[in-house]
Design a protein around this ligand. Structure first.
Ligand code: NAI
Ligand code: MG
Length: 366
């Protein structure tokens, strides 16, 4: 069977950047003989407009059946006053929850042509390519008890960091599987020096490693030291696996090592399906960018790189993923920039579709 994809372009610049991804999917069909069974549906504000809900049951069911979901972005000022239960982001939250996407993958990848964009020195980031795997469905954001309580004559705010062995084991498997598709190296981060959940985290990651992934190189680091090392010499890492809270901070930090929001892809993975592929949703990190929507200014690269992640991690097409990434690298090296990639000195930016066309041309030449 052909690999199947559900495209949920969403709102704002979502459909604009997704249009460029569709060109690339088309390119794989005509030039590489790889045909994806693509279906499209609504999510977010546009789904609310059509159906009164940001995600219908039918769309949810489709998402459960396909090999991978590719999402653009949701939301916009038009929907800001809606009741929380039907807000656009609820569509996204429902997808993540019902697909049980517990491993959030955020790469920090630096294209040489953009190394000047980083807040760090050029040689620290040039060629950087690391992946942070953040546990997404448990930990201190979900643990009970939680709330603001009264204790004696004052209030106390409580959250609970709680991880079960199986929650740690499954996200560490996601990280080890990724490592095998990359450079076979994982660093696990926690605070085992001061947290019981951290002690268990370190034990379970080590056990899963020794039992199932002895071929992968594993190290452990305290998360605070990890933050330091990430800014000092990030290229020492390849895959980093960490919990929900630390992953939230570390992935934002790592993302900014490399520059613009318009460049950042992501993936959220769940348990392996019957065909061995993980449940998967790929999406750019950015939102619907209402300030530039409809103007052809959006950078499509984050969404295109999200599709490249799908090629590598859902479809075992690692070489083709690299081919797409190299095409992106090529157009950037040629000096093509969407507006978000222009420095204060300015220049003449290209449009969303011109960027997509240039990437297609670079693919043709590859
Ligand atoms: P945003 O990411 O949409 O935009 C932040 C800034 O970055 C804006 O100035 C925007 O123009 C720029 N930007 C973002 N993506 C870009 C791209 N591909 N090319 C060029 N410039 C880009 O975040 P913001 O403004 O906080 O939120 C706008 C809407 O998006 C809200 O309704 C929010 O709820 C929603 N949102 C949705 C997300 C999702 O669908 N996963 C994630 C974040 C926000
Ligand atoms: Mg965050």
């Amino acid at each position: 069977a052909n690999p199947s994809l559900l495209i949920l372009a969403g709102d704002g610049i979502g459909p604009e950047v997704m249009a460029e991804v569709k060109k690339i999917i088309g390119w794989f069909g005509t030039r590489r003989g790889v045909t994806f069974d693509v279906s499209e549906d609504l999510v977010g504000g546009c789904a609310y407009d059509a159906h009164g809900t940001p995600l219908t049951d039918a769309t949810m069911a489709k998402a459960q059946e396909v090999d991978a979901v590719l999402l653009g972005a949701v939301g916009g000022p038009k929907y800001d006053s809606l009741d929380f239960s039907v807000k656009p982001e609820r569509g996204l939250l429902r997808l993540r929850k019902e697909m049980d996407l517990y491993a959030n993958l955020r790469p920090a990848q630096c294209f040489d042509a953009l190394a000047d964009f980083s807040s760090l020195k050029k040689d620290v980031v040039a060629g950087l390519d690391i992946m942070i795997v953040r546990e997404l469905t448990s930990g201190v954001y979900f643990g009970e008890p939680r709330g603001i309580f009264t204790e004696g004559n004052e209030r106390v705010g409580i959250n609970t960091q709680r991880y079960t062995e199986s929650e740690i084991a499954r996200v560490s498997r996601s990280a080890f599987e990724l490592a095998r598709k990359r450079n076979n190296k994982v660093c696990s981060m926690e605070k085992a020096n001061v947290m019981e959940s951290g002690v268990l985290w370190r034990q379970v990651v080590q056990e899963v490693h020794d039992r199932e992934y002895p071929d992968v190189e594993l190290s452990h680091m305290y998360a605070d030291a990890g933050a330091m090392q990430l800014t000092r010499w990030p290229k020492q890492f390849d895959v980093i696996v960490t919990d929900n809270l630390f992953g939230d901070l570390l992935s934002d930090l790592a993302a900014m090592l490399t520059g613009s929001l318009g460049m950042l892809p992501s993936a959220s993975l769940g348990a392996p399906m019957a065909n061995g592929r993980p449940k998967a949703l790929y999406e750019p990190v950015h939102g619907s960018a209402p300030d530039i929507a409809g103007q052809g200014k959006a950078n499509p690269i984050a969404c295109i790189l999200s599709f490249a992640m799908a090629l590598r991690y859902s479809f075992d097409m690692g070489e083709d993923a690299t081919r797409v990434e190299k095409a992106v690298e090529k157009v950037l090296a040629d000096g093509l920039r969407t507006a978000d990639l222009m420095g204060p000195e300015g220049g003449s930016p290209v449009s969303t579709s011109a960027m997509g066309d240039a990437i297609i041309a670079a693919l043709d030449a590859s």
